[in-house]
Design a protein around this ligand. Structure first.
Ligand code: MG
Length: 396
């Protein structure tokens, strides 16, 4: 799916498109459930199809048994099927909801809200000649981009994907955003690009801003735990707490305040919801992570947001960077920075097969890309933090 412009991050870029695989689970009654996972191509298709024997004859409501069949933790040492399971579980929840005439969020305990607020999710972007969008680097350019996003979608929370340039550049941009939107909330996420000490310095520099949290400024539970002693901003992660072992360790260590839940990274919508309830128990914060979704996964994020009582923050989504979607009716719309939880049964979205075929053909033309490569710097690799800054400085 083409993006408005390529999105830059600390370890490379999204090269102007997202690659996704759409999964359909078909029941013996002919009900079709939809799922979605990241990545694509023949190997992804073969991996999904390879799980057909696990699904034949399986009741789509027996989701705990499905989890063990596909994601048995010992077998997972040999077969890493976390995200495959997530897409299949998503499709089973969709199919079961359609059969029962209830929504996916009702299978998680029901909705406590009908609209999920989202953050603006601002990236440094490469210019895109086709769309005429992108090309933002300076604080003024980022603020102008944010103003356009606010005008189009109504966001009141702004997340900067930092870590592309030297840290002080991100500090300048954060201060410019705070000055431009004094009533709005902010968050900075450099994808763990900095050392603990550098992250502490940056955190202290932006402490006075209206921060929701400081997301993955450095790597690791221990790094984040050390930083937390010196920075008076709640910390957040979507990188080092992505399973239940890490969640338990995080709570024991009192390492990170807010965990961003992902309906694919955690192995499924149910697992993300369960993790949210563990966070509620220990009174840690919960937010929603975006791994670059189209409308089917976005629907799963909306149902998670609807059902999670302790969702205390605007969710993340790359969704507004997409030029189109593969669901009927086109892209879901933001109203005042929020998207309504779909009203229909299951996930509540329908697949537009013409669009799916159109973008599958586009994929065959342009192919995939590596998340950790920058198309403008073919010899550059994200290695140690210091080297990243040096490279970023020369690329600025
Ligand atoms: Mg993040």
């Amino acid at each position: 799916m083409p993006l408005e412009a390529p999105l830059r991050h600390a370890t490379g870029a999204h090269w102007g498109r997202f690659i996704r695989t759409i999964v359909e689970v078909v029941t013996d009654e002919g009900i079709v459930g939809l799922g979605e996972l990241g990545g694509g191509g023949e190997s992804a298709e073969a991996a999904v199809r390879g799980l057909l024997p696990y699904l034949k004859g399986h009741d789509p409501l027996q989701l705990e048994q499905l989890r063990w069949k596909i994601m048995n933790p010992t077998a997972s040492l040999y077969n890493n099927r976390l995200q495959l399971h997530a897409a299949i579980e998503m499709a089973c929840l969709d199919a079961a909801g359609r059969k029962l005439g209830i929504r996916a969020c009702d299978l998680l305990g029901g909705a406590v809200r009908e609209r999920v607020p989202f953050a603006s999710y601002i990236f440094y972007r490469f210019a895109d000649a086709g769309t005429g969008r992108g090309g933002e680097t300076s604080p003024d350019q980022i603020v102008a981009h944010a103003r356009q996003l606010v005008a189009e979608h109504g966001f009141t929370t702004h997340k900067l994907k930092g870590g592309v340039f030297p840290p002080d550049h991100d500090v300048e941009v954060m201060r410019a955003l705070a000055a431009a939107f004094p009533d709005d909330r902010l968050r900075l996420d450099p994808n763990a690009a900095w050392s603990v000490e550098e992250a502490i310095r940056v955190g202290q520099a932006i402490e006075g801003l209206k921060n929701d949290y400081f997301e993955d400024p450095t790597w690791g539970l221990e790094g984040m735990r050390r930083l937390r002693q010196f920075v008076r901003i709640p910390t957040a992660t979507n990188t080092v707490v992505v399973n239940f072992e890490q969640l338990a360790a995080n709570i024991r260590l009192e390492a990170i305040d807010v965990v961003l839940l992902d309906t694919t990274f955690w192995g499924g919508l149910r697992q993300a919801h369960k993790a949210g309830l563990v966070l509620e128990t220990f009174q840690y914060g919960a937010s929603v992570h975006s791994s670059g979704e189209l409308g089917i996964q976005l629907a799963s994020m909306l149902h998670l947001g609807a059902a999670l009582p302790n969702l205390g923050f605007a969710a993340d989504a790359h969704y507004h960077h997409l030029t189109d979607d593969v669901i009927k009716g086109g892209k879901m719309r933001y109203v005042d920075g929020a998207i309504a939880v779909p009203a229909g049964p299951g996930l509540g979205v329908e697949l537009d097969r013409d669009k799916l075929m159109q973008y599958a053909e586009y994929y065959r033309e342009v192919g995939g890309y590596a998340y950790d490569r920058d198309p403008t710097r073919p010899d550059w690799y994200a290695v140690l933090p210091e080297q990243r800054w040096a490279a970023a400085r020369s690329a600025r």
